[in-house]
Design a protein around this ligand. Structure first.
Ligand code: NAP
Length: 248
């Protein structure tokens, strides 16, 4: 099978680490990003330097029209997507639920729940044997927050990842007989720029001392699990979760 991988939100952080690790495993890789074209092109250049094929496509993956444009572009350049990592997500400033606006809640559910579900829909139309595809593999990037709930910080974000977990469980069973595996990773405190969005870019450094392992994780440590779940090495794994929380 020609392997075509889409990693949403892969211009930096966990998405970029995943794409770079996958570069040595025979995928043609689409780097998706929201706004940082220079960073996305930089990841593509690193992938090409490793001898693999990559292209960067801007698309807001919380919007179905943009998702359809993204998949059509991949169809035209690489062929149909066979592997998908639903990685792009957002988070808002820390606050209590009493202070959360309707706009904030809708935005987070669109980017963290509806977006991954719609990307999955358009991937299944290409991967599933029910639709004439050759099968495939999907990995959802959830969070330890789905288990812990993130009180007084971002219960909305935690709940969005809880929804993604339930989606993973149900979808895995729905498409298991169609050649498509669906799994998830749940990272804990990972050193990326994501935390600046919640108002504290130094969050991991401040909190990592309280973790059982005493340190935050790296994007590459999460990527290792994602790339394994994506691969045929994980051929009997579906509906499963790998927690990467340093013991949290
Ligand atoms: P990051 O460094 O902030 O990177 C986010 C990436 O997503 C960027 O490439 C960004 O593109 C892209 N993006 C954001 N919204 C998008 C949209 N609507 N459409 C397309 N692309 C979009 O984040 P990260 O830390 O690597 O997080 C990746 C995943 O891990 C997320 O699902 C997050 O919830 C999860 N996670 C992270 C941690 C952690 O501690 N970092 C812990 C648990 C779970 P631009 O650069 O163009 O804006």
């Amino acid at each position: 099978m020609d392997k075509v991988l889409l990693v949403t939100g892969s211009s930096r952080g966990i998405g970029a680490a995943t794409a770079l690790l996958a570069a040595s495993q025979g995928y043609r890789i689409c780097i998706n990003y929201l706004s940082d074209h220079t960073a996305a092109e930089g990841v593509c250049q690193q992938i090409r330097a490793l001898g693999a094929t990559a292209m960067a496509v801007q698309a807001d993956v919380s919007n179905e029209d943009e998702i359809m444009r993204l998949f059509a572009r991949i169809d035209a350049e690489f062929g149909p997507v066979t592997h998908l990592v639903n990685n792009a997500a957002s988070i808002s400033q820390s606050c209590r639920v009493d202070d959360m606006s309707e706009f904030r809640l809708l935005k987070i559910m669109m980017s963290n729940v509806v977006g991954p579900m719609l990307c999955t829909k358009h991937a299944l139309l290409r991967m599933s044997k029910r639709h004439g595809g050759q099968g495939g593999s999907i990995v959802n990037v959830s969070s330890i927050a789905a288990r812990l709930g993130s009180p007084n910080e971002y219960v909305d974000y935690a709940a969005s990842k809880g929804a993604l977990d339930t989606f993973t469980i149900g979808l895995a069973k729905e498409v298991a007989a169609e050649g498509v595996r669906v799994n998830a990773v749940r990272p804990g405190y990972i050193h990326t720029d994501f935390h600046a969005l919640s108002g504290d870019p130094f969050r991991v450094s401040k909190l990592e001392g309280g973790l059982p392992m005493g340190r935050g994780g790296t994007a590459d440590e999460v990527a290792q699990a994602i790339v394994w779940l994506l691969s045929d090495q994980a051929s009997y794994a579906t509906g499963t979760f790998i927690d990467l929380g340093g013991g949290r």
